[in-house]
Design a protein around this ligand. Structure first.
Ligand SMILES: [Zn+2]
Length: 173
């Protein structure tokens, strides 16, 4: 997020009043690392904003792929880091969908939630698919309840549920 003139003024005024980076950060709704980063960008001596209990590096991240240091709240944009974020995002989205379709929330749609163990297995399958280790997984969870996870276009993981029992009952009775 870019810093506005107003925020820069608050930062400078805070610095002149000998407030800590944490205090200034709280006023601005930013992290103390971001305040320190901006202070150094503005040429305000880091030492004047430093705090004994903080190293100044706790919010900064070193990219495990290219070794570049990212400022707090920012992420590395090398291809490997981007790929990892995309995979993590796909896993997160798949896990949310799994919970919507098979967890407590599915009762709203008239379905029965499956066991936590079943959900764990589907989560593990989603991780495999997101990492391109598998393309699709089909599971028979209990009599009639089936789950299918597939990698779709753009790598998005599709989660499907089918109830064969329900269909059989409708047809048979
Ligand atoms: Zn990187």
């Amino acid at each position: 997020m870019n810093w506005s003139e107003y925020e820069d003024d608050v930062l400078k005024a805070g610095y002149e009043a000998h407030r800590t980076a944490s205090e200034i950060a709280a006023t601005l709704g930013r992290t103390s690392g971001a305040v320190r980063g901006r202070a150094s960008a503005l040429g305000i001596a880091k030492a004047k904003l430093s705090e004994p209990e903080e190293s100044g590096f706790e919010n900064e991240a070193v990219c495990q792929y290219c070794g570049q240091i990212s400022m707090p709240g920012e992420e590395c944009n090398c291809p490997e880091a981007k790929r990892e974020r995309r995979i993590k995002d796909q896993i997160l989205r798949a896990k949310n969908t799994i919970r919507e379709v098979f967890g407590q929330a599915c009762q709203d749609e008239g379905y029965k939630p499956v066991s936590a163990e079943n959900i764990e297995i589907m989560d593990a399958a989603a991780v495999q698919i997101a990492n391109y280790k598998m393309h699709a997984v089909s599971l028979v969870l209990s009599s009639g309840t089936r789950a299918k996870l597939t990698r779709g276009a753009k790598g998005v993981i599709k989660v499907e549920r089918s109830e064969t029992k329900k269909t059989t009952l409708e047809v048979g009775e």
